[in-house]
Ligand binder design. Structure first.
Ligand code: NAP
Ligand code: GLV
Length: 309
């Protein structure tokens, strides 16, 4: 078997040996050097050009380099009979939890306000709320949301999470469904979006949702830019209804130079780097899944395109 690898990073010197190690030395071809398309049985891709996957006649499975699969769903020619596997690997999960904890702590400890005060040479204390009184809510209680929620609970935050189906997560108050969304929003000081982008979740971070949160709440979006309606977000920040936001993802990426979000005083912005797939652990996860398939078992973490994730 041969694996085709298409990334948007240039760390091939790390990725290729890691993949070869975990595929027991089986060949890895780097897109665009596909060679004979009939040789390719597995593809590990980020943002495949439309039609690439359909051009591989013996493909058995498509592995997403990321947890999100919207970049694969966007290919109108995606071969629909093939399993698509989303990336679940410990490096990506650990990186996201680090990032979410960092952003929650940043807002919890008023760091943006202190930064603005420092710019004005202003020495002024802000009274601090203890973590137990800070209500952090996570939209999306999947692989990444649950890991972040459990770590935030260890910091003693009052943590809740929201998912499609009912969940039980130790130390986390769980909500689900539309009624659950209204309930969780009403008890939120810091909202973290860790949802996949689907037809149900597109545009979910909009004026109506912000209005259901208490005045002065903060937003951390590490899901997808398609979740947020940026004009509604700017209006909520400008009116003070939302105190602050940390945005890692944007409606348009790269963020256009004219966007007011680049240097908005209430916004922490990062260029879609909240978490990155780590070559060694990701190659191990892909290798294990290919070994399953070669043994006649279905791969783990298959995307259900009916649900959209
Ligand atoms: P996952 O394991 O598939 O979890 C998705 C969660 O969202 C599940 O809890 C699911 O509910 C919930 N959900 C989906 N649709 C919903 C709906 N309509 N209403 C309520 N809950 C809904 O995904 P993951 O691995 O945690 O990744 C989540 C997302 O993070 C990815 O899709 C990607 O967009 C984003 N991400 C971003 C970065 C970055 O660097 N910014 C990095 C990695 C991932 P159920 O549990 O009931 O199914
Ligand atoms: C990154 O955005 C991912 O989906 O892993």
């Amino acid at each position: 078997m041969t694996l085709l690898f298409k990334s948007d990073l240039d760390r091939y010197d790390i990725w290729v040996p890691a993949l070869e190690r975990h595929l027991q030395g089986r060949p890895v071809r780097l897109w665009p050097d596909v060679g004979d398309p009939a040789d390719i049985e597995y593809a590990l891709v980020w943002q495949p050009p439309p039609g690439l996957l359909a051009s591989l006649p013996n493909l058995k499975a498509i592995f997403s380099m990321g947890a999100g699969v919207d970049h694969i769903a966007a290919d109108p020619e995606r071969p629909k009979h093939l399993p698509v596997v989303r990336m679940v690997e410990e490096g990506l999960t650990a990186g996201m939890t680090e990032f979410v904890v960092m952003q929650v702590l940043y807002h919890h400890r008023n760091m943006l306000t202190y930064r603005r005060q420092a710019e004005q040479r202003l020495w002024q204390e802000i009274s601090q709320v203890p973590a137990q009184e800070r209500r952090v809510s996570i939209l999306g209680l999947g692989v990444l949301g649950q890991d972040a929620a459990k770590m935030l609970a260890r910091f003693d935050f009052d943590v809740a999470g929201w998912s499609r189906s009912p969940k039980e997560v130790e130390g986390v108050t769980c909500y689900h469904g539309q009624d659950g969304l209204d309930e969780i929003l009403a008890r939120t000081d810091i909202l973290v979006c860790l949802l996949p982008l689907t037809s149900e979740t597109r545009g979910i971070l909009n004026a109506g949702l912000f209005a259901k949160m208490p005045r002065g709440a903060c937003l951390i979006n590490v899901g997808r830019g398609g979740h947020q309606v940026e004009k509604d977000l700017l209006a909520a920040l400008d009116s003070g209804h939302l105190k602050e936001a940390s945005l890692d993802v944007f409606e348009e990426e790269p963020l256009p130079p004219e966007s007011p979000l680049w240097n908005h005083p209430q916004v922490v912005m990062t260029p879609h780097i909240a978490s990155m797939t780590m070559p060694e652990t990701a190659a191990k996860a892909v290798g294990e899944n290919i070994a399953r398939m070669e043994a006649g078992k279905p791969p783990l973490n298959i995307v259900d395109f009916e649900r959209g994730y």
